[in-house]
Design a protein around this ligand. Structure first.
Ligand SMILES: [Fe+2]
Ligand SMILES: [Fe+2]
Length: 194
């Protein structure tokens, strides 16, 4: 009986320790979320809207780049396709990074497929009708990258002047750097002034 009591107490102690651990963990997570919200509370809703528009841009770029990579025809098509695939992979990562930040800010990434195009800043990659027109495909990708660079440049300005949020600024700078690399990559393959 004594042994049973002792063992029950041990179990109780163990249970209480686990509960305490979970409670402290929940408190810690809530505190982090609350502090984040405090820092951005005056502009979080607007920032979520801005980031969601960029999120739509990224999803659209993934769609068109992947489609063009599959459809490109001609001698140099493998080179063009591999550049488009590389950029599409990066754009997908950008979309993930934006979605993650939107959630951290207390928002929700666009969840309605029908809203992707109307919400986007750069709604379409203007691909040529002829899939053997590789230069046309590259020009369309360059236009899309330039649109993305403009969008991120404006977001950086907004983050510096209106909604000061160093964490989002860091994310956007990193994405913009990669958009500049994409522009340069497509320009190099095009091999002529555009
Ligand atoms: Fe991107
Ligand atoms: Fe890009």
């Amino acid at each position: 009986m004594l042994l049973l009591n002792f063992s029950l107490k041990l179990k109780e102690k163990f249970f209480i320790i686990i509960l305490l651990f979970l409670y402290i963990k929940i408190l810690y997570v809530q505190k982090m979320g609350k502090k984040t919200r405090e820092l951005v509370k005056d502009f979080a809703d607007e920032l979520v809207k801005i980031l969601n528009k960029a999120y739509a841009d990224e999803l659209i770029a993934v769609f068109y780049y992947k489609h063009a990579a599959k459809m490109a025809k001609g001698l140099n098509a493998p080179n063009v396709a591999s550049a488009l695939e590389k950029a599409a992979k990066d754009e997908e990562e950008h979309a993930d990074e934006l979605a993650e930040r939107i959630i951290q800010l207390g928002g929700e990434p666009l969840g309605d497929f029908g809203k992707i195009v109307p919400e986007a800043n750069c709604p379409k990659v203007e691909l040529p009708g002829d899939w053997s027109d590789l230069k046309g495909i590259l020009r369309a990708a360059i236009d899309a990258e330039r649109c993305a660079i403009d969008v991120y440049n404006k977001i950086i300005e907004w983050l510096r002047n209106v909604g000061r949020d160093p964490v989002t600024l860091h994310v956007i700078r990193h994405i913009m750097q990669e958009e500049m690399e994409h522009e340069e990559m497509f320009e190099t393959i095009l091999g002529e002034e555009y």
